[in-house]
Design a protein around this ligand. Sequence first.
Ligand code: TYD
Length: 230
Amino acid sequence: MSKQRAGVFIAFEGGDGAGKSTQAGRLAAELETRGYTVRRTREPGGTPVGEKLRSLVLDHGNGEIDAHTEALIFAASRAAHASQVIRPALGRGEIVLTDRYIDSSVAYQGAGRGLGQDAVKSLNDWATSGLQPHLTVLLDVDPRLGRSRRTAGEAAEDRLESEADDFHARIRKAFLDLAASRPGSYLVLPADLPVDELTARILARVDVLLAAPVPSFTVPAGHGTDGAGS
Ligand code: TYD
């Protein structure tokens, strides 16, 4: 039986190569050891339709995808993710850890592609019926470090990753601006800290969140088919 009384929603954000997946995995393992039920997920993707949208938008070779189309594909993937995965898990009282959420669209499509951060935020608030994380962990990465980490492995860069450095610099600034606008809901950490130190600092912040009173975990009602989380 799960230990927590209400669901907790935590998003990991940051530029490509920031180390989000590593830290989300470490946090999940630690929380599970303590008896919490953890749902790890990611965007784009996380549902069958979302995984198809993921390859459509990230793979090279799908023809031209203009900025508006790109933003709508990410938002469509997120709508399915919020209604089919995140809300139901929160309704069951689980801790949801997502690798990327709305801030990624605000940063990549709003700032990176120049669609406007407010417009992209509104689109995604509509797509998710206003479902916001209780905490966003932002791993702030210098775009040059991110690229050198990405290109060190075997995998080729996807459509977004292979964009120029100034694109990634705009994204970095947008993430930091989002965090600065609501500091109480963010933990911002430099991605080049030692991996163990990052994990310890994230865990310390999550401990504070888990100790917070239950009413702060209210989940707004959604438009999905699950009926949970309201
Ligand atoms: P991700 O799977 O996190 O890539 P990686 O694990 O290699 O960091 O994200 C894939 C790419 O999609 C990444 O370059 C960021 C981009 N992206 C957007 O542009 N907008 C979005 O809303 C999301 C969720 C991701």
